[in-house]
Design a protein around this ligand. Structure first.
Ligand SMILES: [Zn+2]
Length: 108
């Protein structure tokens, strides 16, 4: 007596989103998009840069004038050219992730 069996989560009642104002709120929240969303697992974490020479090994001169050299994680890791700003920041953050933020000196 008094011990009601716990229902699994899927069987718990849900409030239906049936009213027009609920639908309008959901529509506004999704930015006007309807239907099923993209599979998050297939999306890259960082959009790949399509600029020519971005990510190229910096054995030679800069492929473009506005590119900066970012050194890799280790002292012997190769440096690469990246676009100034976002791409260089992402590359530096990746190097920081490999070393725990203790990068070798020598970053330009
Ligand atoms: Zn880039």
């Amino acid at each position: 007596m008094g011990s009601s069996p716990k229902r699994p989560r899927s069987q718990r009642p849900r409030l239906p989103e049936s009213s027009s104002s609920q639908k309008a709120a959901k529509y506004a929240w999704n930015g006007g998009l309807t239907g099923t969303s993209k599979q998050a697992g297939n999306l890259p974490v960082v959009e790949v840069c399509t600029t020519d020479g971005c990510g190229a090994p910096s054995s030679g001169p800069a492929p473009r004038a506005a590119m900066v050299q970012v050194h890799g994680a280790g002292s012997d890791a190769a440096a690469h050219w990246y676009c100034h700003g976002r791409c260089a920041a992402i590359a530096a953050a990746r190097a920081d992730l490999r070393t725990g933020g203790h990068r070798q000196a020598g970053r330009s």
